[in-house]
Design a protein around this ligand. Structure first.
Ligand SMILES: Cc1cc2nc3c(=O)[nH]c(=O)nc-3n(C[C@H](O)[C@H](O)[C@H](O)COP(=O)(O)OP(=O)(O)OC[C@H]3O[C@@H](n4cnc5c(N)ncnc54)[C@H](O)[C@@H]3O)c2cc1C
Length: 569
């Protein structure tokens, strides 16, 4: 059995930030299914929010209000307050680590506009902000290489929680083709989001929700899963992200009639309204036949910004257009459509990253979570752009600090190595020995199509019931899934098989949660219940696994400074 005081699962911003907090005092390990700098955090483009006030006067109070309003008054305001107050500090910390933020002429960290923010507060490194941040944190882990052991290309298979105590996990050493049981006093989950269940998605291949499903299988609840964010500007047919920075720098969204259609939907903020509103507006334009040439895409037009600004501020976005569509946005508008982008839901935690096992706030001993896999909940029903890198850094750090304190008096708890290993081994052998005929590629494609069509930007009872029926069929077919690689060394087909199982599992939680929630709030838009209903639904959803079914419970949203009001932009 492999033993470490603290094991962190995931090496994105949240995971590495947590590791740096604990590594000086404890024997620390990180396991990650992709090489650390390939974590999805590195794909983040546009920026990270903080009320530094370098571009215009700003305050944490304004940042807090914008975040709460953006969340459709569904975020826990105590957690939001912590995040926005901590924001300037984490930016300075990253700057001291050497992050190459873009600068103003005076040499201050430059800040740009972003959707739903009333101030110019997105700090950025051109349009490669996540890349810059991920690499400085990765460098810092090298500095502490003696204390942080990184298990790269190791895959979390199951989490072991018994009697409210987290004890360890079973992992697959991909390279050696071996199952290992790991034991730790403290485990921190930083496993990222779950956007791959959609056909058009900006998410990396690794964003398959493995961590949240492992927690769910270990008896823990998942919170607010029905809230999935669609980003307004995915490259048409590809989903690849064209950062909101493109609109922050002044890009226009245009329909088939050549109109800047956001005028109709959010006349004050226009293209810089929050993402839920802009994505819905786009979908309405497409549904009503005003896409470009009547097709299901619109244009983002940046030509008026000029070559120099585009090359300086948006080099990567420009290159994406050239590489994937053969279009240079200096000369041409780019075809775009909404793309599944961010998971508001996840493993419930308090603001110190303690994982909570019920609606009463009972903590799981020795288990923490931070970043996109967690739901603390600072984004509520809709996240504002640039608040997620911030969340990963702030709550990664806080979870690390809380884990440090916890571990000082913690011990290793019993793990039945044989039993835990056998459980996973039997599952793997059943997959490898199956003589099923169903193609997992077909099942995956149909899952993605189903979630996009029936549980996407707009949802209704009828669609969601179709979605659930289809999911049932797919789950039945998945049991007869075919696997051709029967070995256990570097079996990427096996991993894809397990990831597909995870996606089928959490997709049902998304769809069932969406069917139950008979209102429209933030990213959850029901065509049959178009209004927000605070009397009935101002409650977080908790989904538990009970006898093979999903049991739903609720807990109240924390409101401190801002009472819910109508959301206008
Ligand atoms: C294209 C794109 C652009 C974005 N741009 C911005 C932006 O400009 N500003 C902003 O604020 N936010 C942005 N976001 C969102 C933001 O990047 C993410 O929410 C954030 O980086 C998540 O960080 P994380 O540390 O929680 O997870 P990730 O960076 O996703 O890391 C997850 C880690 O978990 C590991 N892992 C997962 N499953 C397993 C397993 N089974 N076994 C072992 N390891 C596992 C992975 O290997 C990985 O290391 C963007 C997102 C995307 C997709």
């Amino acid at each position: 059995m492999i033993k470490h005081d603290i094991i962190i699962v995931g090496s994105g911003l949240a995971g590495m930030q947590a590791a740096l907090e604990v590594c000086k005092d404890f024997d620390t390990a990180i396991i990650t299914k992709v090489y650390p700098s390939r974590s999805h955090s590195g794909a983040a483009q546009g920026g990270i929010a903080a009320s530094l006030g370098n571009a215009s006067e700003d305050s944490w109070e304004d940042h807090m209000y914008d975040t709460v309003k953006g969340s459709d008054f569904f975020s826990d305001q105590d957690a939001v307050e912590i995040m926005v107050k901590d924001a300037p500090g984490v930016i300075r910390k990253m700057e001291h680590f050497g992050c190459v933020f873009s600068r103003t002429e005076k040499g201050l960290i430059a800040q740009r506009w972003f959707g739903g923010h009333s101030k110019q507060r997105a700090c950025y490194a051109a349009d490669r902000t996540g890349h810059a941040l991920l690499h400085v944190l990765h460098e810092q882990t090298f500095k502490h290489a003696k204390n942080i052991k990184i298990y790269s290309e190791w895959y979390l298979m199951s989490l072991i929680v018994k009697d409210g105590i987290c004890r360890g996990m079973v992992v697959y050493n991909i390279q050696k083709g071996k199952l290992e049981v790991m034991q730790a006093k403290t485990i921190i989950f930083c496993t990222g989001g779950y956007g791959r269940a959609y056909k058009i998605t900006s998410n990396a291949f690794a964003s398959t929700g493995d961590g949240i499903v492992a927690a769910y299988h270990a008896g823990l609840p998942l919170q607010d899963m029905e809230f999935v964010q669609f980003h307004p500007t995915g490259l048409f047919a590809q989903g690849i992200l064209i950062s909101e920075a493109a609109r922050g720098e002044g890009g226009h969204l245009v329909n088939g009639k050549g109109e800047r259609f956001m005028e109709k939907y959010a006349s004050a903020k226009m293209e810089l309204a929050p993402r839920d509103i802009v994505s819905r507006s786009e979908q309405t334009e497409i549904n009503e036949g005003r896409g470009i040439d009547g097709k299901d895409y619109l244009h983002i037009d940046l030509r008026h910004l000029g070559k120099e600004k585009i090359i300086e501020r948006l080099p990567q976005v420009r290159q994406l257009g050239i590489d994937f569509l053969g279009l240079d946005l200096i000369d041409d508008p780019l075809p775009i459509q909404p793309t599944a982008h961010y998971s508001m839901g996840g493993i419930p935690t308090d603001s110190d990253g303690h994982v909570l096992s019920d609606e009463k706030g009972t903590k799981v001993t020795g288990l923490f979570a931070a970043g996109e896999c967690s739901c603390v909940s600072v984004h509520g029903a809709n996240r504002l752009g640039t608040n997620s890198l911030l969340e990963a850094l702030v709550f990664g750090e806080r979870a690390g600090k809380a884990a440090l304190t916890f571990t000082q008096n913690a011990e290793f708890h019993d793990v039945n190595e044989q039993e835990e290993s056998n459980k996973v081994k039997n599952k793997v052998e059943a997959i490898l020995n199956s003589n099923g005929k169903e193609s997992i590629n077909d099942i995956r494609n149909e899952l993605k199509e189903n979630m996009t069509t029936n549980c996407g930007i707009y949802r209704s009872k009828d669609q969601l019931e179709i979605c659930l029926k289809k999911l049932n069929d797919l789950k039945a077919r998945f049991k007869k899934g075919k696997i051709t690689d029967k070995g256990f060394v570097f079996n990427s087909e096996l991993i894809e098989f397990i990831e597909l199982g995870n996606m089928l599992e959490f997709s049902e939680i998304i769809a069932r949660g969406a069917l139950r929630r008979e209102e429209s709030r933030g990213a959850h838009a029901r065509t049959d219940f178009q209004k927000r209903d605070d009397d009935k639904w101002l409650n977080h959803t908790l989904a538990f696994k009970k006898d093979g079914e999903i049991e739903f419970r609720f807990k109240p949203v924390v409101i401190t400074k801002h009472q819910p009001e109508e959301r206008k932009y």
